[in-house]
Write a protein that binds this ligand. Sequence first.
Ligand SMILES: NC(=O)c1ccc[n+]([C@@H]2O[C@H](COP(=O)([O-])OP(=O)(O)OC[C@H]3O[C@@H](n4cnc5c(N)ncnc54)[C@H](OP(=O)(O)O)[C@@H]3O)[C@@H](O)[C@H]2O)c1
Length: 294
Amino acid sequence: MIVVTTPTGAIGRQVLQNILPSGEPIRVIARDPSRLSPEIRDRVEVVQGSHGDSDVVNRAFAGADAVFWLVSADPRAESVEAAYVDFSRPACAAFQSHGIKRVVGISALGRGTALARNAGHVTASLKMDDLIASTGVSFRALTMPGFMDNMLRQVEPIRNQGLFFWPIAGDRKAPTCATRDIAAVAAKLLVDPSWSGQAIAPVLGPEDLSFNDMAQIMSDVLGKPVRFQQIPGEAVRSRLLGNGYSEAMAQAMVDMLEAKNQGLDNAEPRAPQSTTPTSFRQWCEDVLKPAVLS
Ligand SMILES: NC(=O)c1ccc[n+]([C@@H]2O[C@H](COP(=O)([O-])OP(=O)(O)OC[C@H]3O[C@@H](n4cnc5c(N)ncnc54)[C@H](OP(=O)(O)O)[C@@H]3O)[C@@H](O)[C@H]2O)c1
């Protein structure tokens, strides 16, 4: 039995699609099961509720072997540690009490670097990984740079102004990966009962690109000029506060982006096992272009 958290999310949804053909029994945890497609609801067991809730994870983990663990940080949390680490405490207790064999978690690049000490979401994700590891469960933390799919949040300015914005220098090259590739790596681990122990599994995409490089690729694929513009972290903070983020969660985002601007994502050397196939150009053809044209 495999338990999948966030089955309606960007990664979780694709993890589910990847593991369905395995024939393994699957249980999902969903706050609102009506957001699952009828085809999915017919093929999986559903436990309704939040995976930060002790009752919910205890029901979901009964008799399970493997868990896909992803925390979607609450933007109104009182601290970023509460959003990732405290949220994960009930599940960590339940990994132990239910004898879960393997956990595949979603995390971030940066372990062991000085920049990761004050990198908001990344710092908290790594502390969450430590908490999961402390349970003794066999664990793979998938560690990622920024997702290509983040660009979908900027479809409107890309479409209307030919512009996208980030508080990061335009020539800072870094890895980037597609959520489809993260989901494929996670699914492979979830259906494979042969691994044990604890390790990180970086997911780095095929190449390092700067935002200026991405602007060039987007211009080619969309057939119109697209330009990158660096903005101050302060502009990001104001926008997040305006969208209802708590002070702490807005600061956590600004701290993470500043650490990335200083090279947080550049410490992990690319190796064959961390190189995933989807190029940014391919992702733009398959995902961004239809979104911009819609
Ligand atoms: N974006 C990046 O560049 C990046 C880089 C490295 C790591 N990460 C990590 O990747 C993860 C985000 O993955 P994603 O993009 O797949 O997530 P996502 O699509 O933003 O969210 C996943 C799902 O979580 C559920 N959810 C939201 N808030 C929740 C809550 N308080 N309690 C329970 N469920 C909740 C939502 O489903 P319902 O509304 O249907 O319940 C949502 O569909 C985060 O852990 C992030 O730190 C992101």
